[in-house]
Design a protein around this ligand. Structure first.
Ligand code: MG
Length: 457
């Protein structure tokens, strides 16, 4: 099976609607997914608001019915809300139609297992094997369940469940004002409502599904510069920006400063440990900053470094059963008492609880974290060349601590650097954080001289 062309990327199948996600491709993929689940399985389908989403939904639901599974239509819903309903309402699986943070011309499909987490890598391979070999299930017409049943209330169920995980009274008392940017997508159905339930005044921008968002769906310090200005101009206590399917959340302080997700996650992990008295290890991808380990070690919390990709992190946490939380530096935060997946609204509720109990401003909370000089670069090259470079980087830095679960991460006292091949594109990615610009420059020079040498040969 290993030689078959991969359909699944880091999280689900994605492609440009119509040209890559053609009608035939969508139908074949849906048939493979339907055939992967046992005949008669109850499958919950949800979708976000994207070009082509309705078309995919209609093809997918029709094909699933013809493949012999029972289809329930959850309507427009964030990915984590669909996942929560799959887990708690006794479904055998789910399908989410979304391209998450990808640009607007993309759409895609995530397949959810009965535990509410995206299916693992082995299950993806099974679906791909069915797709390529065309070993689809053909059912007897008498055994089909032709109707698709509406399954409403998924968003309500989700908001209610989140509220049970935080100290509502302590948040309500504060009367916070928070800016929400759901990038004109399904976060509008859950996030402002969650805030009102917590006595927070929501200021919503990019909150109308009838308009194109004014920023790309991926929340990053670069794409959120306008959003950040509004946080400050409206005198909000902080801002939160979501991605398209509302599983990622990126936070902005009252002064309009945007923070990467590993920074907010380390504060949240601290809150879980010190205020909520929870125990366990922290699971994160190697692309997260080493400051996570520096801060959490002093609290006696162990950090487990994993391959980049939320699906792998979620499955590792589920298998181990000892996680305090998990996260990615891109803003995906996972809180196991609620569910093992990235969850924008759950993260926001925890952030509010942390802020309410701290008695400080958001900028003050983040100012506890050490400042690093950050470099992120990418170099186009084939995977083979990237692998040769990584071997030489290991050799060059062999006297330092090395983590080699995904490329190589070098950890030293005054810097860390990660050199890894991209999971989805022919690129080598280099991420570096150092205590000063000079150290960053000298480390980058050492890495780049290896890159140049290998490319030259
Ligand atoms: Mg997403």
């Amino acid at each position: 099976m290993g030689f078959l062309k991969r359909l699944f990327g880091t999280d689900g199948v994605r492609g440009v609607i119509a040209s890559e996600l053609t009608p035939l491709f969508i139908a074949k993929l849906a048939w493979a997914i339907g055939s992967y689940f046992k005949e008669g399985s109850r499958i919950l389908v949800g979708y976000d608001y994207r070009a082509g989403g309705d078309a995919i939904k209609n093809i997918l639901m029709g094909v699933l019915v013809l493949s012999g599974v029972k289809v329930y239509d959850a309507g427009y819903t964030p990915t984590p809300a669909l996942q929560y309903a799959v887990k708690t309402e006794g479904f055998d699986g789910g399908v989410m139609i979304t391209a998450s943070h990808n640009p607007p011309e993309y759409n895609g499909i995530k397949v959810i297992g009965p535990h509410g987490v995206e299916v693992g890598r082995d299950e993806e391979r099974v679906i791909e094997e069915i797709f390529w070999s065309e070993k689809f299930r053909v059912i007897d017409w008498r055994s089909a369940v032709w109707s698709v049943e509406k399954y409403s209330g998924v968003n309500d169920l989700y908001v209610k469940a989140i509220l049970e995980h935080v100290d509502k009274d302590i948040i309500v008392k504060k009367g916070f004002k928070v800016l929400v940017d759901p990038v004109n997508n399904v976060g509008v159905f859950t996030t402002p409502r969650l805030l009102r339930e917590l006595g927070v005044k929501p200021v919503v921008i990019n909150g109308d599904l009838n308009y194109e968002p004014t920023r790309p769906p991926e929340p990053t310090p670069e794409t959120l510069s306008n959003t950040a200005q509004v946080v400050k101009a409206c005198n909000c206590d902080f801002g939160v920006a979501l991605d398209g399917d509302a599983d990622r959340s990126i936070f902005i302080d009252e002064q309009g400063r945007v923070y990467w997700g590993d920074r907010s996650a380390v504060l949240l992990a601290k809150h879980l440990k010190l205020y909520k008295n929870l125990t366990g290890k922290v699971y994160t991808g190697v692309s997260s900053s080493v400051l996570v380990e520096d801060i959490l070690r002093s609290l006696g919390v162990e950090v487990i470094w994993l391959k980049v990709g939320s699906v792998d992190i979620a499955h590792a946490m589920m298998r181990a059963g000892d996680a305090l939380c998990g996260f990615e530096e891109n803003g995906g935060f996972m809180y196991p008492p609620h569910q093992f997946v990235r969850d924008g609204a759950m993260t926001l509720a925890l952030f509010l609880e942390m802020l309410a109990t701290s008695g400080r401003r958001v900028s003050e909370l983040f100012s506890e974290l050490p400042e690093y000089y950050i470099v992120k670069k990418k170099y186009p090259m084939s995977r083979d060349v990237a692998v040769r470079i990584i071997d030489l980087v290991k050799e060059e830095f062999k006297s330092e601590r090395l983590i080699t679960v995904d490329g190589v991460k070098v950890i030293s006292r005054d810097y860390w650097v990660l050199v890894r091949p991209s999971g989805t594109e022919p690129l080598l990615r280099v991420m570096l954080e150092a205590k000063s610009e000079e150290i960053a420059k000298s480390i980058l020079e050492r890495v780049e001289s290896i890159i140049k040498e290998v490319i030259k040969s």
